[in-house]
Ligand binder design. Structure first.
Ligand code: ZN
Length: 211
């Protein structure tokens, strides 16, 4: 067989996604807008939903699976059989925030850590869906909170940044413990160094955001 007759297989560079934990540098990355929505992106989103359900989450941002893109998925019921509650937000913008309410939050990237966060009660968010269609959505209560939490992630902000100082002492030992575990795994070589992780974020960013 001549080489030229071999069909060209496009090898996917898509990493096998997993939820990363604090202090992975992806969680502090200010992500860029996605410039193309294609089959590979749809596959990433599908994997994100799978991971979200597997970890019993109700929302998951691309930063949490080490993808430096402004996108996140939610299902406020956390129930994979409630497909109609699933929503993908690509290049989201929160255009309006009303009211304010404090409630307990947790995060798949900070397991077993919970703290109070004040969020707007009602929001309006603009985003694109997987078909590339722009939509506007009005949300309140839990779905609004989930979207604000995930929206923070794509800016590299964690809920612990928004917890009032009075609630931090209780959470701090758990956060420090997570950091120690992460650094130990880097020393053992089971997690790449921060420099290597940042280089891979930069490569993924170049591939899909035009910068
Ligand atoms: Zn989170």
């Amino acid at each position: 067989m001549r080489l030229s007759t071999v069909p060209v297989l496009k090898l996917s560079v898509m990493p096998n996604l997993e939820v990363v934990l604090h202090p992975h540098p992806a969680l502090r990355w200010k992500s860029r807008e996605v410039t193309k929505i294609d089959a590979e992106l749809r596959q990433m989103v599908e994997q994100m939903f799978e991971l979200m359900y597997a970890h019993k989450g109700i929302g998951l941002a691309a930063n949490q699976v080490a993808l430096p893109y402004r996108l996140f998925v939610i299902n406020p019921t956390g129930d994979r059989s409630e497909r109609d509650q699933e929503q993908v937000f690509i290049n989201p913008q929160i255009t309006r925030r009303n009211g304010s309410e404090e409630d307990e939050e947790g995060c798949l990237s900070l397991p077993e850590i919970f703290g109070p966060v004040t969020r707007a009660t009602r929001i309006i968010v603009d985003a694109f869906d997987l078909a590339g269609q722009q939509f506007e959505m009005e949300l309140e209560d839990l779905p609004a909170r989930v979207v604000q939490h995930e929206y923070d992630h794509v800016d590299g902000v964690l809920f612990t940044d928004r917890v009032p100082a009075g609630a931090l002492p209780k959470m701090q030992p758990l956060i420090i413990d997570l950091e120690l575990q992460f650094r130990n795994r880097q020393k053992e070589g089971t997690i790449p160094s921060d420099e290597q992780l940042k280089a891979s974020l930069l490569a993924l960013q170049k591939a899909r955001t035009g910068g």
